[in-house]
Design a protein around this ligand. Structure first.
Ligand SMILES: [Zn+2]
Ligand SMILES: [Zn+2]
Length: 342
């Protein structure tokens, strides 16, 4: 890392004013437009040094760690996020890691009919800008490994084994003091981030979709993962049990006796022509094949089970009541005979 102070020719205790003055003086001398020898490497060096030392945040970071947090020449190694997902149908083994994010995704029954992509917004923690995630005001060389990050285990003419330092976990440095910016947590304020999540068809309530590497920034390791927990809201007409849908359809008394055709809505928004057989009764169940929901990880689709419920008119007129009375008289013998036992 370049010594920005000596590049600008100022002391480490220089005030902002002194830094600015030194910079102006040097740019006059080394500006590519002015300089006779087209010295733009030198000019870049000066501009770089000034950029860091004129920014209080970056200057204080540079004073403490001897590096610039925005130094592009030394990119921070970041774990590569993997956009694949895994689904757990049974109890998921979610490691209780602080870096993982859990997001509850509300879906309705219609959403599970086809595989699709949903964009969700999560709050992610990144590394604190000021301490670059260390949570410390300074990093001191690890005493155990002398800053190398490696521990020598065996010395012999034939064998020399090295392992990652136990104390600093291979980083070579140990954090000291508490960063004011993040109160020592090493995390930034949560940053909003949009994530595309693939929702397979047939997902069930409580399933979790793992999106690798899209959790919070990992501390010294890989990033945490994002766990999207599926929550499926109850439907006002259909009840679901895995791949089977159930519904209750009101029928008229006359339709039960003489049969009839009902139009039953399907979850896809279609109308199912359902024939009530003559003599049907409340409590009978009827299966309509293929009108349930898709089976998770399969091309199979469940069935719809229709339960009948008697439609009772709320305010029947006299004519209707007279008809019913007549019907009742006509069938009373048959009805009463049901209670004659031998
Ligand atoms: Zn910090
Ligand atoms: Zn060490």
């Amino acid at each position: 890392m370049a010594d920005y102070y000596s590049i600008l020719g100022v002391s480490k205790k220089a005030t902002d004013k002194q830094i600015k003055k030194a910079f102006r003086k040097l740019t006059k001398k080394h500006h590519p437009d002015v300089s006779k020898d087209k010295d733009d490497v030198k000019f870049k060096e000066i501009s770089n040094a000034y950029e860091v030392l004129s920014d209080p945040k970056r200057r204080s970071y540079y004073d403490r760690f001897g590096t610039d947090p925005k130094d592009k020449s030394k990119p921070k190694p970041k774990p590569k996020p993997n956009f694949g997902f895994n689904i757990f149908t049974t109890r998921p083994k979610v490691q209780k890691r602080a870096d993982n994010i859990q997001y509850i995704l509300e879906l309705n029954l219609k959403d599970i009919l086809e595989a699709h992509t949903k964009t969700i917004t999560i709050d992610r923690y990144e590394d604190c800008y000021s301490c670059l995630g260390s949570g410390a005001t300074e990093l001191v060389a690890c005493e155990l490994c002398g800053g190398s990050g490696m521990e020598g285990a065996t010395h012999s003419p034939f064998l020399f084994m090295q392992s990652t330092c136990r104390k600093c976990r291979g980083l070579g440095t140990i954090p000291k003091g508490e960063c004011q910016e993040c109160q020592g947590t090493g995390y930034s304020n949560p940053q909003e981030e949009k994530v595309k999540v693939n929702i397979p068809k047939g997902v069930e309530h409580g399933m979790q979709i793992r999106v690798d590497g899209r959790g919070h920034i990992g501390k010294g390791k890989r990033n945490g993962d994002l766990y999207v927990v599926i929550s499926i809201e109850e439907h006002e007409f259909f009840a679901r049990d895995k791949k089977t849908l159930y519904c209750v359809v009101p029928v008229l008394y006359t339709q039960l006796i003489s049969g009839g055709t009902l139009l039953v809505p399907s979850i896809d928004g279609k109308k199912i022509k359902f024939k009530v057989p003559p003599g049907a009764t409340i409590g009978d169940q009827f299966k309509v094949k293929g009108f349930g929901v898709p089976v998770f990880r399969s091309e199979d689709r469940g069935d719809l089970i229709i339960n009948l419920e008697l439609f009772i008119p709320k305010d029947p007129n006299k004519e209707y009541l007279d008809l019913l009375k007549k019907m009742e008289d006509d069938i009373s013998d048959e009805y009463l005979n049901r209670f004659k036992f031998k």
